[in-house]
Design a protein around this ligand. Structure first.
Ligand code: SF4
Ligand code: SF4
Length: 99
């Protein structure tokens, strides 16, 4: 079985709404794994909007809390895979009969 790509292994994902981003760069500076950057092209507002480089997001949400523009950043967190829990056996314990 092949190992997952970096994008598949990431625990999070982030999208930037270019219409709301003012290109301040706070999210870029605050992102711990440095997976945000300012795009070289200008938006309709004449600023360089933030964008996700496409991998390494942990879903920590720091960029969301740093961003001064409501609605500019949306962070997605990958759900942990479901792990079934085996029933706990207590020594000497009997199960009651079903009705
Ligand atoms: S959620 Fe965290 S890791 Fe992902 S882009 Fe934002 S600051 Fe970076
Ligand atoms: S902090 Fe918000 S407004 Fe500033 S560059 Fe990042 S997404 Fe854009």
């Amino acid at each position: 079985m092949s190992s997952p790509s970096k994008a598949e292994a990431a625990r999070g994902n982030v999208t930037v709404n270019v219409e709301e981003c003012k290109g301040c760069g706070l999210c870029v500076e605050s992102c711990p794994p440095k997976c945000l950057e300012l795009a070289p092209e200008l938006s309709a507002y004449g600023v360089h909007p933030a964008r996700y480089i496409g991998h390494d997001c942990t879903g920590c949400g720091i960029c969301f809390y740093c961003c001064p523009e409501p609605g500019a950043i949306t962070v997605y967190r990958r759900l942990a895979p479901y792990k079934p829990v085996a029933p706990r056996e207590i020594p000497g314990e009997q199960h009651a009969a079903t009705l």
